[in-house]
Design a protein around this ligand. Structure first.
Ligand code: GLU
Length: 472
């Protein structure tokens, strides 16, 4: 079978993680089977669809590397085709005109609710043989009985009796087609073999199957993927933090981390957590998709992100980091070579935003220290330590990690203090925040001139603190 899957977003907002995961599963299924993955933009809701949103979806898919083989196709370009199919259904007697007024339909619904019945159209115009008029809609003649059976790849067998469905509107009074009709026509025309989508669409599926059957179309296989929930068990929304895929980019996540996170969110392969793109394709099978909803866990995403940052080629990471460095308000032009810096720092952070903050001290001077750290490390006893270090570093010719380390050792020995009493104030003096990999490598990267200036600044800071203290 030539597998054909699709991602069919409605462009009414950004690409959110739920949509991205649906797209990922459709993409994986196509890649796994050597099939085709198609992108279809369902933009018939003209009031809510925007070009900005289309662009956001395309951008999100590109960032995640979900490449499509055909499309993007736009439903707004297919109106003639939808009209043609509606006419076909009218001609074959599978659809009919209905002129029921809004008032009648409202009264009907109210009555049904009062009788504790499921609100549904009662088929009033089904056999009237009405013709088209300004006030008519077209309804699909849903079969009156019998079951619709969906052998869903995720949910298993789902059976819906036709008595639970009604004759849905497929064309509005203004002549525009409705959602279920456009989806059916496109899935049919585009020869979709597998419809992988969120399970919020499960109640549309029997209706779509009935229309496809009326058209004599071959039925696709369905896979309805469970929802993503927030950590509080509610449906994932903005309340839970970032939900837009591009927001994750901005927050310093790597696409491979987000993809890996999303694939594991509702699918598993043994207890493996880390999947390369190739492995995902190799191991993926839709029947292994979990049947229940899964909760989004930011900590796990961070853990994966850290893994991918740590293992990224430093030169590639350096290119990626430019954006975050600029956003953090500095440049890496003046200072140690970024690739060399990242080699040392890349395993230390769980996002690129954090990484940009952590290495900032190598490129940008600062005048303030982390207050808590300063209180702890810049005590009176630190003054002779920093002064001694400054003196020795000033005369150090060979600015290498080894020689730098030697100076620290020497200070520990001559002043007879613990290693921490030297290393910690020194670290705070040069970084401002007190976090860095081993101090010798840090100083080597920072360079002699900057190290001396930072030591001088810290010495003055402690002296000023002392002066202020004695004045009190
Ligand atoms: N356009 C629909 C949505 O964004 C998806 C329709 C489908 O996958 O069949 O929810």
């Amino acid at each position: 079978m030539n597998v054909r899957t699709r991602f069919a977003p409605s462009p009414t907002g950004y690409l959110h993680v739920g949509g991205a995961r649906t797209a990922l599963f459709s993409w994986l299924y196509a890649r796994k089977t050597g099939g085709k993955f198609i992108l279809r933009i369902e933009d018939t809701d003209r009031e809510r669809s925007t070009e900005a949103s289309v662009n956001a979806i395309l951008e999100g898919m590109e960032w995640l590397g979900l490449d499509y083989d055909e499309g993007p196709f736009y439903q707004t370009e297919q109106f003639d085709r939808y009209q043609e199919v509606i006419k076909q259904l009218l001609d074959s007697g599978d659809a009919y005109y209905c002129d029921c007024s809004k008032e009648r339909l409202t009264a009907l619904r109210e009555q049904q609710m009062a009788d504790k019945e499921k609100p549904r159209y009662d088929g009033c115009c089904r056999d009237k043989g009405l013709s088209a008029a300004d006030n008519t809609v077209v309804r699909f003649k849903n079969p009156l009985d019998g079951d619709v059976i969906i052998d869903d790849l995720v949910k298993g067998r789902v059976v819906i009796n036709n008595r639970e469905l009604d004759d849905l509107i497929i064309e509005r009074t203004d002549g525009t087609p409705t959602y279920n009709l456009t989806v059916v026509v496109d899935d049919w025309d585009m020869k979709m073999t597998h419809i992988i989508r969120g399970d919020d669409h499960l109640n549309n599926t029997p209706r779509q199957i009935n229309i496809l059957t009326a058209l004599g179309a071959e039925l696709p296989v369905y896979a309805h993927v469970p929802m993503i929930l927030g950590d509080d068990g509610k449906r994932l929304s903005k309340r839970h933090g970032a939900v837009s895929v591009m927001q994750y980019k901005e927050d310093g996540y790597l696409p491979e981390a987000l993809i890996n996170y999303l694939v594991r969110l509702s699918w598993s392969h043994g207890d493996q957590e880390i999947f390369s793109r190739e492995q995902m394709i190799e191991f993926f099978d839709a029947v292994d998709i979990n049947t229940s909803a899964s909760a989004f866990n930011t900590e796990k995403l961070q853990w994966l992100n850290q893994h991918y940052i740590k293992n990224k080629d430093p030169a590639v990471l350096a290119d990626l980091m430019q954006q975050y460095i600029t956003a953090a308000g500095y440049t890496s032009d003046d200072g140690p070579e970024l690739t060399a810096v990242l080699k040392v720092f890349q395993e230390r952070c769980s996002t690129l935003v954090e990484l940009a903050q952590e290495i900032r001290f190598l490129y940008q001077d600062f005048t303030e220290y982390n207050a808590k750290q300063a209180k702890k490390q810049f005590k009176e006893a630190s003054l002779p330590v920093l002064q001694s270090l400054q003196e020795q570093y000033a005369s150090l010719q060979d600015w290498t990690a080894e020689a730098i380390h030697h100076v620290v050792e020497n200070t520990v020995n001559t002043l007879e203090v613990g290693f921490g009493k030297v290393g910690q104030p020194l670290r705070l003096a040069v970084t401002g925040h007190g976090k860095s990999p081993s101090i010798d490598i840090t100083l080597e990267l920072l360079g002699k001139e900057k190290t001396l200036a930072r030591l001088q600044q810290a010495i003055e800071f402690i002296k000023a603190k002392q002066a202020a203290g004695s004045r009190q």
